[in-house]
Design a protein around this ligand. Structure first.
Ligand SMILES: Nc1nc2c(ncn2[C@@H]2O[C@H](COP(=O)(O)OP(=O)(O)O)[C@@H](O)[C@H]2O)c(=O)[nH]1
Ligand SMILES: [Mg+2]
Length: 239
């Protein structure tokens, strides 16, 4: 409680328009954790260990004028964790489905992963297929055209990436967010509906009251352009 009004500039920058839940799925060893690490830290994760159950991270991205906070759930690909990881699929808005272009078995199992995600995720789940380890062209076992065809047949997006070099690592996350935003704009997805995997962010301060150490003046001096709506405890807004 003591920190309830401790709102600082960092927290202000953390405000967003939408919060979207993503799951990262696919066989063990395909590079899911490395992909995520490259996306959130801009570096290759050396000595990546098998993920135990589920690990969480997040990153806020900007699409046009919208700030979107991505909640990223990295799941273990191993069979023995399946019942644990599946429970995190619930209500996901986006799925990053990863296979390894140098491992044909990881590609052949994709249907199972996709079926699980579709069964448990949001009804409007947006899936992006990522053929990872594109830097290992000489060891390729899955042709781009074959994967692209499979993705089209299953109505999902597709691209190849390398968590090692960072090539195309941001693209699947942004592509997914863009599709979800389009679904919201077209009315197909309602963020206020439970289980949609998306919620509205509060691009303003939630915990402002008379004892707040942050004055409205420091808001207008901040980096954000345009008016900032502040939700007061009573539910009324001011700008
Ligand atoms: N060459 C190459 N190796 C990768 C890439 N991504 C991951 N790896 C390696 O693949 C192995 C498994 O990676 P990890 O992220 O733990 O896989 P996960 O089980 O799917 O989370 C590790 O040895 C990584 O160093 C990549 O893009 N290129
Ligand atoms: Mg992992």
């Amino acid at each position: 409680m003591a920190n309830d009004y401790d709102i600082d500039a960092t927290e202000l920058l953390e405000t967003y328009d939408f919060l979207m839940k993503y799951i990262i799925i696919g066989e063990a060893g395909t590079g899911k954790s490395c992909l995520l690490h490259q996306f959130t830290h801009n570096s290759f994760k050396e000595h990546s260990q098998h993920t135990i159950g589920v690990e969480f991270s997040s990153r806020t991205v900007k699409l046009g004028e919208k700030r979107i906070k991505l909640q990223l759930w990295d799941t273990a690909g191993q069979e023995r964790f399946r019942s644990v990881t599946r429970s995190y699929y619930r209500g996901a808005a986006g799925a990053i489905l990863v296979y390894d272009i140098t491992n044909r078995a990881s590609f052949l199992n994709l249907s199972r992963w996709l079926a699980d995600a579709r069964a448990l995720g949001s009804p409007q789940l947006v899936t992006v297929l990522v053929g990872n380890k594109a830097d290992r062209e000489e060891d390729r076992e899955v042709e781009w055209a074959e994967a692209s065809r499979w993705a089209a047949e299953n109505d999902i997006h597709f691209l190849e990436a390398s968590s090692l070099t960072g090539d195309n690592v941001e693209a699947p996350f942004l592509l997914c967010a863009r599709s979800i935003l389009l679904a919201i704009e077209s009315g197909a997805l309602d963020p206020e509906k439970a289980g949609s995997g998306v919620s509205y962010g509060d691009r303003a301060l939630r915990r402002v009251n008379s004892s707040s150490r942050l004055s409205f003046g420091s808001l207008s001096g901040g980096r954000r352009k345009g008016g900032v709506k502040i939700r007061l405890p009573g539910g009324s807004k001011c700008c």
